[in-house]
Design a protein around this ligand. Structure first.
Ligand code: MRU
Length: 320
């Protein structure tokens, strides 16, 4: 399943707002449509918004727009995932025509995820029960996924794994998207409320945690809100906590504490499934991401291999 396609000079996206009930598509005729799709989370997940933004650049170029303005607007559509600016800059700085570069990125994303899957499956043991948070699956990429890519590969290796998905309030990416993806491939999956993760680790029902990331720095990662609470529980109950992310998600220049954490609209919290769940006028705090410090992370699974916690600083020094 591909989250996006370039068809008839347009970008066609699975409309992820409508899943799991309806599999319908959203067509971007121009770069403003891509900005809308990223902001409104028609397309979401760090690698997917990166590749979508690359095609946004193609649409801007085809319409004869000022590419620096298009780049700036695309980059500011969501602030936390570094893949967005990485992808836009790659198109801006490429010698190739924008469409060729965007198609190369589209294909690389799939190959990268397959490699992450192969590398990550090495740490999965037979009969593991793996907790994942949010959706770092095919829907968060062009295809296959990062954290769910590891799970897919281990499943295809007949490791008899089971998956536990946090529902991932407030937007339910775990419930709506990760469970749906697992069900499509008959991978055994159970859904839990976010607040149950700690208890399940305490009672030894979870052997591993694998999540994705929106940004990886040498002192930690940023990922969907709730990742920090999962990581803290995992540390307390000695559950290995892995992050699966492509090198395009790595930020070699900054501290993770410099990351802009997106704050989203109060309506996402005050309404649940269309029903208001708190009094009118309630003040809301709705950060979309949080930061997991490096000392809570067992390792980062990349397309080039797994970087263990004690090698983080060294790895970043060598990458610079
Ligand atoms: O707000 P979202 O749904 O875009 O958040 C997505 C996540 O936090 C993912 O875990 C992350 O982007 C990694 S996707 C491979």
């Amino acid at each position: 399943m591909k989250t996006m396609k370039w068809k008839d000079n347009k970008l066609v996206l699975i409309d992820q707002r409508k899943l799991p009930d309806d599999l319908i598509f959203f067509t971007c005729d121009n770069y403003e449509d891509v900005i809308f799709a990223i902001k409104e989370m028609v397309v979401r997940g760090a690698p997917a918004i990166g590749v979508a933004a690359a095609f946004g650049m193609v649409l801007g170029n085809n319409a004869g727009e000022d590419m620096n303005i298009v780049a700036k607007e695309l980059k500011s559509s969501r602030p936390t995932a570094i893949n967005l600016s990485w992808a836009v800059d790659r198109i801006l700085n490429s010698n190739k025509p924008p469409l060729d570069e965007a198609i190369a990125m589209y294909k690389e994303d799939i190959d990268t995820n397959l490699a992450i899957g192969r590398n990550g499956a090495e740490i999965i043991e037979k009969n593991d029960t793996i907790l994942t948070h949010c959706n770092a699956g095919a829907l968060a990429c062009v295809d296959y996924g990062t954290a769910l890519g590891v799970i897919r590969t281990a499943h295809h290796q007949n490791k008899n794994i089971k998956v536990i998905c946090d529902e991932t309030r407030p937007l339910g990416q775990g419930a709506r998207l990760s469970v749906w993806e697992m069900q499509q491939e008959n991978i055994p999956v159970k859904l839990i409320p976010d607040v149950a993760a700690g208890y399940l680790m305490q009672t030894l029902k979870i052997n591993k945690v694998i999540i994705g990331a929106d940004r990886v720095c040498n002192d930690g990662i940023a990922n969907k809100i709730g990742s920090l609470m999962v990581a803290l529980s995992a540390k307390r109950f000695h559950v290995p906590f892995y992050v699966a992310a492509p090198l395009s998600t790595f930020d070699l220049k900054n501290s993770i504490y410099d990351t802009e954490i997106e704050e989203r609209t109060p309506e996402e919290v005050i309404y649940y499934g269309g029903c208001r769940i708190a009094p009118i006028g309630t003040e809301i705090i709705n950060p979309a991401f949080d930061i997991v410090p490096d000392d809570l992370i067992t390792g980062i699974i990349t397309e080039k291999g797994i970087i263990h916690f004690d090698k983080f600083k060294e790895f970043f020094l060598n990458m610079k």
